[in-house]
Design a binder for this molecule. Sequence first.
Ligand SMILES: C[S@@+](CC[C@H](N)C(=O)[O-])C[C@H]1O[C@@H](n2cnc3c(N)ncnc32)[C@H](O)[C@@H]1O
Length: 405
Amino acid sequence: MPADTDTLPEALADEIRRRVFAPGLIRLTQTLTRQGQPFRISLRPVRIKGQDLWQAEMRDGTQAKTRNLSEPAARKGLEDILAQTGKRELHLVTREGDLHVRVGKRGTPLVSRGKPKAAPGAPAAPAGNDRAKRQPLTDFDSAALLRVLGIAGADGAVRASMRGKYDQVNALLRALEPLLPEAPPPAFSIVDCGCDKAYLTLALHAYLTQAKGWRGVSTLGVDRNSGVVESAQAMAQALRPEGEIAFRCADIKDVSPERAPDLVMSLHACDTATDDALLLAIRAKAQRILCVPCCQHELHHALAGGGPMRAVLRHGILRERLADLLTDTFRVQILRICGYRAAVMEFDSQEATGRNLLIRAQRGLRPGLGEAIAEYEALRDFWGVTPYIAQALGEGAGRGGDGGR
Ligand SMILES: C[S@@+](CC[C@H](N)C(=O)[O-])C[C@H]1O[C@@H](n2cnc3c(N)ncnc32)[C@H](O)[C@@H]1O
């Protein structure tokens, strides 16, 4: 028999209320069936135009509606979620650990809990009350940096809505570590392609100059959006970091550094802008590359395949994932041909970003390696597509990246 009322026990509801509005929330989702259709509502913290908000998404069958809510409206929305009855599932995903509640036909909630989230490679959370995890951004006094970036509020605490960005920057700094020289180099130049609001640009510059104490760090952030370039310049002026830091409003395609950069990076540069960042690095003979690709549309429509592949390509999502996978495989293969040892890894938690794949590369292979060319050509011929990055390099691809302009 269903219970008279199957709302959640007050202690459990209180725990959910507390954790949804505490720092560390990634997402709350509740799914149920309404009028025979699946209905899903989710709530997650977002920061929009400097304001901490909660984004509610309601998905009713195939229709989806999104609203950005102030805290009072989000609290009311949460009460509506908690007041739902009937068979349902609630998943609360936070940095401190997940909470899953399943309410079946009988109305009795089944509760399970997950472990705290740690990004791959992150040190385990210390036990007891010492919960402050050691992170690259805690290796130096990053208070001013985090405040200027808007990651922390005036009180110095990381904002709930910026926790994801804070963790992402830490994860990228950790992923970069194996590429960095042990001893402080006399000079170290960085180009950040598609730097946007310069979270990573300014954080990396501060990490190298303050946590590592390197002198001679020069950083260039490039973005074609003049608004973000102006705000990045203003932030750099406010912080006045050691070394040199500059921002340029330009298309990545039009930037050619005079000297080989020590590091070229791009985090979620849109579509083929990721390829343009890799092309910049290859042509300028950058020593190191850190690249997290973003949305990519290039191969999505170009892929055609009969036989067994037709079953995969028929479905939009599978086609998209396959196109992503192939695009990144082509990129890595071109890097190998151009003389880079490349590794592919996940750098952040899957919940934090779906665009979680990192290409980390360092110069050191002989350019034009026969095996790398043969593998690339076999893949290209199998799929009958030439990716943008190879088209742009032209014949240069086989000579280790010379030419192709
Ligand atoms: C999602 S944001 C990147 C986020 C940023 N890297 C970070 O760490 O937070 C993508 C940025 O790439 C810029 N962008 C896209 N294509 C570009 C291109 N071809 N040249 C320069 N900037 C580009 C956009 O203007 C946007 O600011």
